[in-house]
Every structure is written in structure tokens, then in C-alpha cells.
Design a protein around this ligand. Structure first.
Ligand code: ZN
Length: 303
């Protein structure tokens, strides 16, 4: 009986020891993963917030100048948020301070600026498109649009075109909202009604004046309407688009923030990349490298 008790005690001690060794082995990974996760979450929230701001200010991905600038500012803010989330997470791991109690305490302007600038550069280098951060305008080419097919007429897509559009829809999703679910629509861009208006206006006015057409062609001035193309679209966006075109109203839709598709999705990870800029590899100030306490924030950084 006594022997059995001793065996049990030895087994428990060995298990405890193994557990401690495992915890010690994985301990450095936990802050790394937590900081990466916090910055990824903050980055996604920031980019979604930029899309909400675009919607409120009526700036879409197709708005000239304001669209790309809005996207660039959105990426900058989201990147600064990603950096701060990582710093707050590190502080929490170090001293258990709840970062939500004093969210602005210890926030350093130079961190915000450097993260925002680095984030904008990383976003571009990693294949992001600034205008695609903004919501989609349903009567223009959407934020998710990557590839399209020529649309020879205002008629519906031919069976051969539909096969190709189906491939684009499953690869990239609806060009306005990004969904890959539901019925596929071959969306004419520009919309048929806009084309008819453009053609009508052109015929009524300029093109009837003698020599205008050859002169414009000689000067390389486009006077004929742009050729239409087919983009893959979902049924819901198609219905909303019909009413927007019919009523001649600006109608915008949200798209998936971190959409899977296109040439590169590496930019999804620009946020965690920035967050890990603030990873020191240690928790509790036990770093073997020289550290400095900057700006009275209490956190430490590898110098
Ligand atoms: Zn859609």
C-alpha cells in the first residue's frame, strides 16, 4: 500500500515537472501570439472603420481622388491601431494593467506616426489597393473587382462567358461585396442604362457636327462611349444596383474587409507585422538585452 502511494507521488511529481518544462518551452511563444493576434484584430477593426467612414462621407472606391486618399488614410489609422494594440497587449502581459482603463495613457506620437507610415508602405508593397479599402458604389466597378470579360452587347452573357464568369466568381467573389455565395449575375459595367444615355447624348450633340468625329480621333480624344465589360456579381448586389440605376441614386455596399482573392493577400498581415515591431521577446522585464523605459510608459523595448 505504502509502495503504491510512493509510486503515485513519483508519477505526479514527474508529470508536474514535465508540465513545467512544457510551459517554459512555450512561454516565449504566448506573448508573441497574443501581440500578433491583438494587432491583427485592431488592424481589421481599423480597416472596417475606414469603410464605415467612407460610407458616412459618401466616398466609394470609385470616387476620384477622395477614394484612394480615404483608403490611404484608413490604412494609416488601422496600422497605428495595430501598433498600439500590440503595445497595450505587451503592457498587460508585463504588469496585468487593463489597457481599456486608460486607453490613451502612454500613447506616444512617434509610435503612431511610424506605425502609420510603415503600415501604408507595407500595405502597398504587399499588394493592397488603397481605393479598395472604401465601400463599393453599385453603379461603378466594385472594390473587389480583379478580372472582367468583354461584353460585346447589352444582352445577357453567353453560356461560354457564364462559364468564365463562374470561375471568376468562385475565385474572387462578387465584385461589389466579395461574397461567393448564391446565384451568379454577369454584371455589365458601365450599366446598360448609362451606356444608352451616353450614346444618346453623343448622337444628339457632338457627333452630328461635321468633322467633329475625325478631328477628335486625330487628337486622340475619346468621344465614343467606353466598351462594356462583364464582372461577376451576386444577386443581392444586382437587385440593389437595379434600383440605384432606375432612381439615379448613389447606392454603396460594404465589402469583406480582409477579402480572399486577387493577386496577393499578403497585405492582410501588414497589421500583425507592425504589431510584432513592438514585440520584445520577454515579459516582466527579464530581458537579457539592454532595455530602456521610454516616455514614462513603463514598457520596455529592445534597443
Ligand atoms: Zn455582392
Amino acid at each position: 500500500m505504502a509502495r503504491r502511494q510512493t509510486d503515485n507521488n513519483e508519477f505526479m511529481a514527474a508529470a508536474r515537472n514535465a508540465g513545467q518544462q512544457l510551459a517554459a518551452a512555450f512561454q516565449p511563444v504566448v506573448p508573441f501570439l497574443m501581440q500578433a493576434g491583438a494587432s491583427m484584430a485592431a488592424y481589421t477593426v481599423g480597416l472596417t472603420g475606414a469603410q464605415v467612414a467612407g460610407m458616412a462621407l459618401r466616398v466609394s472606391c470609385a470616387t476620384p481622388v477622395a477614394g484612394p486618399i480615404g483608403g490611404l488614410l484608413g490604412v494609416g489609422v488601422a496600422s497605428a491601431m495595430a501598433g498600439q494594440a500590440s503595445i497595450k497587449c505587451r503592457q498587460y502581459l508585463k504588469d496585468g494593467t487593463n489597457p481599456l482603463l486608460h486607453p490613451w495613457k502612454g500613447v506616444r506620437t512617434d509610435d503612431l506616426i511610424v506605425d502609420a507610415l510603415l503600415g501604408v508602405a507595407l500595405f502597398k508593397v504587399m499588394g493592397g489597393r488603397f481605393r479598395s479599402v472604401m465601400p463599393s458604389d453599385l453603379v461603378k466597378v466594385g472594390a473587389i473587382a480583379r478580372e472582367s470579360l468583354p461584353a460585346p452587347s447589352v444582352e445577357y452573357a453567353t453560356p461560354a462567358s457564364r462559364i468564365e464568369l463562374r470561375r471568376l466568381f468562385s475565385r474572387d467573389g462578387c465584385h461589389h461585396c466579395g461574397t461567393r455565395r448564391g446565384k451568379l449575375i454577369g454584371d455589365h459595367m458601365p450599366p446598360n442604362k448609362h451606356m444608352q444615355q451616353t450614346v444618346g447624348m453623343a448622337r444628339r450633340s457632338l457627333l452630328r457636327v461635321p468633322f467633329v468625329k475625325p478631328l477628335a480621333s486625330a487628337l486622340n480624344i475619346p468621344i465614343t462611349p467606353p466598351r462594356q465589360r462583364f464582372y461577376p456579381q451576386c444577386e443581392s448586389c444586382s437587385q440593389k444596383q437595379s434600383s440605384a440605376v432606375r432612381n439615379n441614386k448613389l447606392r454603396m455596399v460594404f465589402h469583406e474587409t480582409l477579402h480572399r482573392g486577387g493577386k496577393s493577400q499578403a497585405w492582410h498581415f501588414a497589421g500583425p507585422f507592425l504589431g510584432l515591431r513592438h514585440y520584445t521577446g520577454t515579459v516582466g522585464g527579464t530581458s537579457s538585452t539592454a532595455t530602456s523605459n521610454r516616455g514614462g510608459t513603463g514598457y520596455q523595448r529592445r534597443s
